[in-house]
Each structure stands twice: as C-alpha cells, then as structure tokens.
Design a protein around this ligand. Structure first.
Ligand SMILES: [Zn+2]
Length: 285
C-alpha cells in the first residue's frame, strides 16, 4: 500500500470497500453537467488536462444556473471523503459532545506527519485534520451522524448501513466512506450550510470552518477576493484521485452554491475549478 502526504482519506483498502458499501441505488451511470446549461459567463473555465464537472446553483432555489463538463464522465456518486467532516463536526456540536473552543491534539495524520498540534473544530475543518475527526468520531453515535446527514441536505438516504465495528464507523464519520455524493448531494449540503438558521449555533461554527478552509486551509484555491467564499473539500485516494468541493458565496448573503468534482493526473482541483467559476461570477455581480 502506498500513501501520499496530501491524502485526506483513511486508507486505500477502506476506499475499495466503500465503493461497494454505499447504497447501490446511489451508484448508477456517470456524472455529467445538467443538459442545456452553459458555462459561467465568459466561456469555459476548464481546459487542458482538467477533467470533471461543476454546477453553479441559485443559493435559495437550488435551481442550476451554469454548468460545465470536460473529459470522460466521473462516476455519478462516490464516497464523500473529507466533505464528511462537516457532518461529523455538526453532529458533535449539536449533541453537546464538543465545544467550539475545545482543542483536540493531532500528533500526525496524512496531511502533516508531525501533526497539527492542539486545534479546535474551526481550524480542524479548515485544514481537514484527520486525527481530530477520527478522535471526535469516537464520541458520536451512528444515529447522531445519520441525523446530521439528514439535517444538512436530507442526505441520510445516501448513507450506507451502520457498520458493525467502531473503526469502520470512524472511517464513515471522518472520511465519508459510506456517504455517496455527486454534484447533487454536494449542492444540497452547500445550500444547507449557506442558509443556516441563525439560531443554529452548531451550524454557525461549521460555517466558520468552511470560511476558514477557503481563507487559509485546504480550499485556498477557491478564494476570490471580495466574494467571501466558504466551502469544504474532499479527496479520494488512488490513481483517479477525485477531488470534490461543496461551497457557497458570499458568506454574508449567499447567492450561489457551487458543486465541483475533478479527477485524473494533471487536472486542477475541484476547489481551483470552483475558484475560476466564482471569479467570473464575481466579475458579473
Ligand atoms: Zn491533523
């Protein structure tokens, strides 16, 4: 087994198991952009070796506005990867199993072998710390994670069955092994985080984590000056190395939700593709 320093995903073996464990009905065919939609104003933003898809939606109605596909289609849905950390954080905060300021020690993970040190949940979301969410996951119950999936986009029907043992459940919470997500699911999650009830303090913390991811974490490629982008990345392991990104902008008054997925050697990341698309939209706003 090989590993890469930027791998967000728990393990290659777990990844191969996950592909068959996610709901069968959620794994058909292939992902392409919705028919009849044009790229963002100004023409395509995907080029060269880029492979993948993005879809921009109206943040309130979730109506698709712009879309683009390049290269061979990706599988319609794949494991959520680190996008799942959003549900893990929300479940723990909602259930009172984690305080916003509580620090958990990371002494090494796939991102940083020497570890991120003692960090709280907003930073952990920003840097997508594996150790933080593996430890946090040990506090959750399957039902609390499942409810978080339901509350953030109605996604519990995309979740596989409860694994019998704890390590497999941790892989689901921290690494999204059992949650099938394509662009539709990423957009539903993006809208739920974008239009959070101001009284939902747990989700307010999650939103800050998404914003920090764009400002100084795994999604800096999506940072568009003046637009206040917020989002969460996910990265699957292996040769195909899919990256996915659920995001919205602007933070203070959400107007767009964007879902992006890319894969293959040489392709720009999903966050980078979203950043290009959002840069165009910011210029037309
Ligand atoms: Zn870490």
């Amino acid at each position: 087994m090989t590993t890469t320093p930027r791998r967000e995903f728990l393990g290659l073996l777990a990844g191969t198991v996950a592909a068959s464990a996610i709901p069968a009905a959620a794994r058909p065919a292939a992902a392409t952009a919705p028919r009849g939609l044009a790229p963002v104003p100004g023409g395509p933003v995907m080029k060269g070796r880029d492979r993948g898809v993005y879809v921009v939606h109206d943040a309130r109605s979730l109506e698709p506005l712009y879309a683009e596909t390049l290269g061979d289609p990706l599988p319609e849905r794949t494991p959520a990867a680190s996008v799942s950390k959003t549900f893990c954080a929300y479940a723990a905060l909602r259930e009172g199993l984690l305080a916003e300021t509580e620090k958990i020690f990371c002494d090494g993970d796939g991102w940083r072998p020497e570890g991120h040190g003692a960090i709280a949940v907003v930073e952990a979301l920003a840097v997508s710390c594996n150790a933080f969410f593996e430890k946090l996951g040990a506090r959750l119950t399957w039902d609390s994670y499942r409810e978080a999936c339901d509350r953030l986009g109605g996604l519990s029907d995309r979740l596989g069955g409860k694994p019998a043992n704890l390590l497999d459940r941790l892989a689901a919470y921290a690494h999204g092994d059992l949650l099938a997500t394509g662009c539709e699911e990423l957009a539903r999650l993006g809208r739920a985080v974008a239009l959070a009830d101001p009284a939902d303090r747990a989700l307010a913390v999650v939103r800050r984590g998404w914003r920090e991811a764009v400002l100084r974490g795994t999604a800096v490629a999506a940072n568009v000056p003046g637009l206040e982008v917020a989002g969460k990345t996910g990265t699957l392991p292996g040769a195909a190395a899919e990256t996915k990104f659920a995001a919205f902008a602007p933070l203070s008054e959400p107007r767009w939700v964007i879902a992006a997925r890319t894969a293959g050697p040489g392709s720009a990341s999903a966050a980078a593709i979203a950043g290009r698309a959002l840069t165009r939209l910011a210029g037309t706003a």
